[in-house]
Each structure stands twice: as structure tokens, then as C-alpha cells.
Write a protein that binds this ligand. Sequence first.
Ligand code: TRP
Length: 380
Amino acid sequence: MSSSFKEDYSDDFEVTPWKVEGSVDYARLIKKFGTQEITDELLEKMESFTGELHPLLRNKFFFSHRDLDWILNKYENNEKFYLYTGRGPSGMVHLGHLMPWFLTKHLQDKFDSNLLFQITDDEKFLFGNKTMDEIKKNVYENILDIIAIGFKKSRTKILVNTRHIKNLYSNSLEIAKRITFSTAKSIFGFTNSTNIGMIGFPPLQGVPCFLPSIIEGKPTPVLIPAAIDQDPYWRLTRDIAEKMGFYKPAQIHSKFLPSLQTTGKMSSSDPESALFTTDEPKIIEEKVSNAFTGGQPTTLLQKKLGGNPGICSVFSYLRYLFDAPMESNERELKCRSGNLLCGECKHDLSSHSTAFISMFQERREKAKDLVSDFMYSEDN
Ligand code: TRP
């Protein structure tokens, strides 16, 4: 069932939970991972529940799923679902991280769902070179971003793995016992030189798939909005869910927001490649003005040949974050026909993102008083 990550190495792109490289062919990724495409028919069904289609669904930023139709049917039959998403606190939060969280908030509002939000500080300590103290600081900063999204306080609980380990541990043992090293190797590509903490980590990310059933005392559907690189974890949990008496977790997968610099996704470890929620306006303007575009080397050539929005990071940011669908299509046409210069798009992106980030920073400030309200209760 589980496709091997080794296969990916032969491609010009690579997607694992810890590494996204190259220019990702999303249609091919669906085949490789064995997920389903989000069809127009499924979008129509979604719209019939939510009354309006979220722009990130309409513009296909969320493009793939597992059992989304199943979970909508459950909802129709009065079985409400929990949402589950998470954050690996490897650094500060950038706009790419926010995108699955925007959709999560929309789904919480529309379906009145409870949300578990996991912070895998253990994972980011084990993978990478940060000290535990650095990771702890990121955890706090990242929690402010999560709260600033506007999730409902009464329906949202944040779990920090090292802090809530006693709430997670027994169930993670149940999961761990059902996974062999051979399965973990083939799903995650672990090798002899992988540290054993990483090898033992995946069950912990699986626990919140099942925690809702434990909290509710009956099998409870769970929908996970996340970028597609997290799919290997869910493949693992889906394999064992039914044996453990739970539903398989359903998922809705997003693409990655590209790096501002070249191809590949935005990365917390390369500050130039991303717009962070904590960036000052001047820094944002600078990063946008240095961004990689699909434009021609000179204005004259641009007017004559047109640009290529297909490879342009500025175009993608505008499309997925700020432009309305019609507006984005018009921008594309104008660019291709040579009637739009990169400077104009950069100007649009710069003004939209400085405005958005300054609004978001105010919400982050207010979030400081709300942290304890959002934490999962350790007494559960
Ligand atoms: N492993 C994820 C990361 O590195 C964090 C995470 C934990 C997560 N649980 C999740 C992400 C559920 C999405 C959904 O970012």
C-alpha cells in the first residue's frame, strides 16, 4: 500500500515530511502518494455544505484528499468531525505556513468543528540543529501566530508534544506497537544513519488522529488540513486505524507556496525565501523587490514576448493569497501578452503583504493574553 520514498529520488523533485525540493509536479504526486484529486464535483458538494467556496479550494491550492467525500457524508448523517492540524516549530512562521490554517479556520467556522492543533517540538529538535531552548522560543512565537488566525477559543486546543506527553503517550504506544521498522523505513525512507528518535517519532504525530475518539468515547471522524508533505504520516495511521477500532483520518492536502527566490517551497531556514509574519514593512518590500519572477530581462522584451506567470513567485503569491480568481486570470493574460511589467506585480504584492502582515501583527500582540485559554488541558 505504502509507496516508497526511494522512488522519488529518481525524479526532478522530492517531497518528504522533512524536505521539499525541485519543481513539484502535483498531478504526479497524487499518483505516487495514492491520494485522490479534488474534483469539481467534490467542490460542488463542499459548496452545498458551506454556502460559499473558500478561495483556497476554488483556486485549487488545496488539490488532493483522502476520504473528504466520506467525511462530508458522515456530517450529513449527523456525525460531526474534528479538525486536526499542526506545526513543526523549526523557526518563525511565514505566509506559506498560514495557508492550511486559513482553510482550517474556514472549516471550523462552517462545520462548527473542534480543532486539535499539535506542535511537534520533539520532531524539530530531533531533526535539525536547534537546541531545545531555541525550539521552546519558537513554540511560544508560533502559538501567537496560531491564535492570531482567529480560531474559536472554545473549540480549539493546542497540544505541545513535550508538554502534553502524558496525554499522548499511552496512545502513541498503541500505535508504535503496530508499526514495524520495515514499514516505517519504506514510508519515511529512514536509513541506518537516521537517529533513533526520528524513527520513534511518527506515532506521536498519529495520536491526534485518534484522540477525538478517545475524548468523545466513540469513533469520531477527523479531517486533517495540511500541506501534502505530511501525507506519509497519515498513510501510516490509516493503515492501523481500523485495527485499533478508529476511523481512518480523512485529509485535505495543499500545495506549497513557492520560495520568493527560485523554485522550491518557502523555507524558515532561508529567511530571504519567505515573508514572515514578524517581518518589518521595509524588509517585506525588499524581499518582494528581489523576488524571482517569470519576467523577461528587459522592459522591451517583456512588452514584445510577455512574461511567464507559470514560474513566477510573485504571481503565485498574488494568486493564492490576495487576488480574486477573476483578477488573477486577468493578471495572467495581461502578463503573457506583454501588457504588464514585473514592477507592477511586485508593487501589488508589496502593498498587499505589508497591509496583511501589519494587521496580523496586531492580532499576534492580542494573542499574548490568550495563550493559556488555547492550551489543551493536561488534566484530560
Ligand atoms: N510535522 C509537522 C511539521 O513539521 C507538524 C504537524 C504535526 C502537523 N501534526 C500535524 C502538520 C498535523 C499538519 C497536520 O510541520
